[in-house]
Write a protein that binds this ligand. Structure first.
Ligand code: GLY
Length: 337
């Protein structure tokens, strides 16, 4: 059967029209100003100071994203290019090539992007294609859909010129073979300084976009999908308010629609830091929460260029690039015991 290229029609893309020219002023950074956030587009003409934030210690990725912004690239280009750095980094065992496989030895990738108009695209259970984030962007831009899964996502990627490769590196194969000896299904609290890579950027126009990419939970059941490709859970952007991305045990993020929650809390007047803290509390304060056994972390940015990050456990960090400084910032955390 002949493959059809989808061309998005105007009615499917019209959802972004309400945003308008929401230029912002990042020079003032007070919490009072934050409390005045409303659902009304800002209309001042000041240029924003570009900012990139990402989950974990990913200095090269944020550097790439800032390079794109400094060359007048937009926030969506920046987060895509930044995430691609980690997808290509074979040493990182949680994203793209080199990601740890599921319990059957298959590396399966989840990713999504969301832009300033509220447009979004995602791929789930994608195999043998390294740059899941770029396939997600193609889904957003070249189809009338939001999400493609499995073989369909792969065939779509091939039709767009992506090429296949074996994503299971020797190191990850070795780790999987070791795991198979006991084959215990135990989510590991991530203290290894790496997990899902989520990135948020604000460009010179003050517009915000985000992206998220992961190989998911190591040794998961075949077919398992986490939070990372689920818009509202792993990532959410509202260009009038801000954006949020999540990392950690996806099941717990999905149950609280975490990233959407953080953005909605910012809409109600909370700072990014306060919103991330509240969203973590929603998880740990659930009756019978077994939060001591898993990690979740959020990072967020608002229209004023304020940022925040918070996690359940210690050792989560955010990489932030602003005003020429590209640094890892240790995140606050809930569990002090
Ligand atoms: N946060 C990534 C996952 O749970 O798959």
């Amino acid at each position: 059967m002949k493959r059809r290229d989808f061309i998005k029609n105007a009615s499917l893309t019209g959802m972004g029209l309400a945003v308008g020219n929401a230029l912002t002023n990042c020079e003032e950074n007070t919490s009072d100003q934050n409390k005045e956030l409303t659902n009304t587009p800002k209309n001042n003409s000041k240029r924003a100071s570009p900012i990139v934030v990402a989950t974990w210690h990913v200095i090269s990725a944020t550097a790439k994203a800032m390079e794109v912004l400094n060359q007048d690239g937009n926030a969506l280009d920046a987060v895509e290019q930044g995430c691609r750095i980690e997808e290509a980094n074979e040493k990182g065992q949680t994203v793209g090539k080199g990601g740890l496989p599921d319990r059957d030895g298959n590396v399966t990738l989840d990713a999504c992007v969301m832009d300033k108009h509220g447009n979004c695209g995602a791929v789930v259970y994608l195999q043998n294609i390294k740059h899941a984030v770029s396939v997600a962007r193609k889904v957003m831009e070249d189809t009338p859909h939001v999400m493609l899964a499995g073989e369909g996502a792969k065939q779509f990627a091939l039709s767009k010129g992506f090429t296949t490769e074996n994503l299971l590196t020797e190191a990850s194969k070795e780790a999987w073979e070791k795991w198979k000896i006991e084959a215990q299904y135990k989510p590991i609290i991530n203290i290894e300084n790496h997990d899902t890579i989520g990135m948020l950027a604000m460009d010179k126009n003050g517009d915000i976009s985000g992206a998220c990419t992961t190989s998911g939970l190591a040794y998961k059941l075949g077919g398992r999908v986490g939070d990372s490709p689920i818009i509202g859970s792993g990532l959410f952007i509202d260009n009038e308010i801000g954006g949020c991305v999540a990392t950690g045990l996806g099941e717990e993020v999905v149950k609280t629609v975490g990233s959407f929650l953080v953005v909605e809390l910012m809409r109600q007047g909370k700072s990014p830091q306060e919103a991330c803290e509240e969203a973590i509390k929603r998880i740990v304060n659930k009756p019978n929460s077994n939060y001591k056994n898993f990690q979740v972390g959020y990072i967020a940015i608002n229209k004023q260029g304020e940022t925040g990050s918070y996690a359940i456990h210690q050792w989560f960090s955010m990489t932030k690039f602003q005003n020429g400084v590209n640094e890892q910032i240790q995140s606050g955390y809930f569990n002090k015991t």
